[in-house]
Ligand binder design. Structure first.
Ligand code: FAD
Length: 496
């Protein structure tokens, strides 16, 4: 039986990101994926928000995505655009890039690391014991692991087999989504009727001066909202044709579909992200309406929160209890995504009174403070893990500052490429000592002369030092002394 320290079920965006994070942490990881290759039949999710681009930048791979996508102001709430171009980040924008490309680029990165991928087979079950998990595969083989992570999507077998509850709300609306050829040139853009919102666009597009410009001809991406919530069975071309005729009066001669699917606003979240040696991440842990484009982003960020913690537990530098901080930190983040998607779906309903409410919300969001708060939420830049009282940076993302060191200029994110913690001493050089943790954390003496500004919060007092976790969140803020530093190092990176 093949053995890995960690087995991941599913090589979607979450599973791939987690595999990369674990490999950087020196963990032997195996990924089981039912698909024969990374190809997706359809384009799926539309892109990345600012915080996800930052997270990829922390690993030195953001440029791979930026060079293939369309940088644009993508944040929005219930269809109201939220501009983040004045936000204090190196990436004050989102990226239009279809999920099939995101997965291809992520898989390319994972391919450069020591990760074994078992394709064309499913995880069909597992048995969890005191010392490990036996993972059963559809080809009759088994894999032995210390931990199994379910990154196997919304219908997660791992979640179901573990008996983890998935409470939430049934769908209230459904839409057909497809990529097809059309004999006639369709009317591109959005349309609203009594059923809700519909849209016709092209898979190939560019963004010029903030406007989407479609290429002539080519594959059309259709989204039609159904009058009633559709069945769970796979939709057909005929149903899509009927859906189009009901809204546009014609199906524009659709033919040759490459992808037809149905999505809903079903909203559910796993009651526990960990059960012993089993963990859940991404859609396996949370599903919701795609409005606002947050699902893939949340999954990738789940992976980045979990990866370094699991790596340390597997390598016995940190206690198993560190894994419980994964649920404690990430469950509230997705719970908030669930709530904001439910609010957005409600606000987008076709009803005169809801339309009046939407106009009111739109007015509110045109004011600066609400715009900044909602934009920070929708772009993922305002996440704060509850690490107790203290400096506003505590539990928040570390900004990618331009530092000055004895060896020359240095970006903060460059220090995170290997997913290792950093103690950044901005005070007296040599003023902090972390010798007992020298094998785990880097100590950098540096100077920073600019302002400290955080998204939504604005200016904050300059700290004398910061302890940055491998996921880029601040675990401790120094006031010129080392009070609390040993405790923070022990909590996050284990006893010396
Ligand atoms: C129409 C639409 C638009 C969207 N737009 C956006 C957007 O703009 N931005 C955004 O952030 N999100 C968006 N999303 C959501 C996004 O697509 C998902 O959140 C994302 O794919 C979740 O990634 P994941 O890796 O957790 O799960 P998945 O992508 O579902 O990946 C799960 C993987 O596990 C594999 N698998 C499943 N079961 C098994 C098994 N038993 N054994 C082995 N392998 C298995 C699957 O083949 C798959 O590769 C959108 C979704 C839809 C439907």
């Amino acid at each position: 039986m093949a053995e890995h320290a960690v087995v991941i079920a599913g090589a979607g965006p979450t599973g791939l990101m987690l595999a990369g994070e674990l490999a950087l942490g020196g963990v032997d990881v195996g990924v089981v994926e039912q698909r024969a290759s990374q190809d997706l039949p359809g384009s799926r999710a539309g892109g990345l928000h600012s915080r996800t681009i930052e997270v990829l930048d922390q690993r030195g791979i953001a440029d791979r995505f930026l060079s293939e996508g369309q940088v644009a102001q993508v944040a929005g709430f219930a269809g109201v655009s939220l501009d983040i171009s004045d936000f204090p980040t190196r990436h004050p924008y989102g990226l239009g890039l279809w999920q099939n490309h995101i997965e291809r680029i992520l898989a390319g990165w994972v391919g450069e690391l020591a990760v074994t991928i078992y394709r064309r087979r499913q995880v069909t079950g597992f048995a969890q014991g005191d010392s490990g998990v036996d993972v059963e595969l559809s080809d009759g083989q088994s894999l032995r692991a210390e931990y199994l992570v379910g990154c196997d999507g919304g219908r997660s077998l791992v979640r179901k087999a573990a008996g983890i509850e998935f409470p939430g709300w049934d769908p209230t609306t459904s839409s057909l989504l497809a990529e097809v050829e059309m004999a006639e040139e369709p009317e591109l853009g959005m349309r609203r009727n009594a059923f809700g919102i519909h849209s016709l666009g092209k898979v190939e597009y560019e963004i010029r001066d903030g406007e989407v410009v479609y290429t002539d001809g080519g594959t059309v991406r259709v989204m039609v909202t159904e009058p009633d919530v559709g069945p769970t069975s796979e939709p057909t071309l005929r149903q899509l044709s009927e859906g189009l005729i009901a809204v546009y009066g014609t199906d524009y001669g659709i033919h040759s579909p490459t992808w037809i699917t149905r999505f809903t606003d079903m909203t559910r979240q796993a009651a526990a992200y960990r059960q012993g040696r089993i963990l859940l991440a991404g859609d396996a842990a949370h599903v919701h309406s795609p409005v606002g484009g947050q699902g893939l982003n949340t999954g990738v960020q789940d992976a980045v929160n979990l990866g370094w913690k699991l790596a340390q537990v597997v390598q016995r530098t940190a206690p198993e209890s560190l894994l419980d901080t994964y649920h404690a930190e990430r469950h509230p983040v997705a719970a908030r995504v669930l709530r904001n998607t439910m609010a957005q779906v409600a606000l987008m309903r076709a009803d005169d009174r809801i339309e009046a409410l939407r106009d009111t919300v739109s007015d509110l969001l045109s004011m600066d403070e609400p715009r900044r708060r909602f934009a920070a939420m929708m772009s993922g830049l305002d996440i704060q893990y509850d690490l107790g009282e203290g400096h506003p940076l505590l539990g928040r993302r570390m900004p990618d500052l331009d530092l000055v060191t004895a060896n020359g200029p240095l970006r903060v994110f460059a220090l995170l490429h290997d997913a290792r913690p950093v103690l950044l001493n901005l005070g007296e050089p040599g003023g902090l000592d972390i010798t007992p943790w020298a094998d785990r954390a880097q100590l950098i003496d540096a100077k920073y002369v600019g302002d400290w500004e955080l998204p939504a919060l604005g200016q904050v007092a300059a700290p004398a030092a910061v302890l940055i976790r491998p996921d880029g969140y601040v675990a401790w803020v120094g006031d010129g002394t080392d009070t609390g530093l040993r405790d923070a190092l022990t909590t996050w990176f284990g006893s010396p």
